[in-house]
Design a protein around this ligand. Structure first.
Ligand code: HEC
Length: 160
């Protein structure tokens, strides 16, 4: 008798729980589906625009927009390349941190007494030491990504 009563109650609880689950599912489904209009086409386009890669690979005909402005693009590339070779820019960006204030006893620009014995080694040694590092100075002032030419230009600027 007690077993039967238990079973009945247990079934009742089970049915109630299943009922609650279904209600929650229905509500969740309703809330979600009313929200799924969120991404309309215009928004999708905006997102695609924002997350598109910086560069495009074009195979085949050149799009009109680019065909019209190849010179401008080429000019921009040249500017970046020459900016890297601009001794002053490289010096300010990389070398000034140590050399302007003489950090770690880095010889300062215009400090003739500090530079004379170094210059006696010759310019090639100056370039090589700036590129490969010397004493407390890391190779290329710590900017391994810079080209040897950029570092040489910075040495020229530092020693002018
Ligand atoms: C982390 C600090 C630091 C940075 C950044 C740095 N230097 Fe130096 N540099 C030094 C120190 C210190 C010395 C002196 C090293 C020695 O003689 O022991 C030195 C020495 C030199 C010398 C003399 C080398 C020689 O043979 O006597 C040159 C040339 C030079 N640096 C160029 C540069 C250039 C160009 C840059 C930027 C690309 C640069 N340094 C960035 C710390 C730095």
């Amino acid at each position: 008798m007690e077993d039967k009563q238990f079973t009945t109650q247990f079934m009742a609880v089970l049915v109630i729980l299943i009922g609650i689950t279904i209600v929650i599912l229905v509500i969740a489904n309703f809330l979600y589906s009313s929200d799924s209009s969120a991404m309309d086409e215009e928004e999708q386009q905006l997102v695609a625009e924002r997350i598109k890669p910086v560069g495009d690979v074009h195979i085949g005909s050149v799009p009109a927009s680019e065909a019209a402005a190849p010179a401008a693009a080429a000019e921009a590339t040249t500017m970046v390349a020459s900016a890297e070779l601009n001794g002053e820019a490289v010096y300010q960006q990389v070398c000034a941190a140590c050399h302007t204030a003489g950090v770690l006893n880095a010889p300062k620009p215009g400090d003739t007494a500090a530079w004379e014995p170094r210059l006696a080694k010759g310019m090639d040694a100056m370039y090589a030491n700036a590129i490969n590092g010397i004493g407390a100075m890391p190779a290329k002032g710590g900017r391994a990504d810079m080209s040897d030419e950029a570092i040489k230009a910075a040495v020229d600027y530092l020693l002018q």
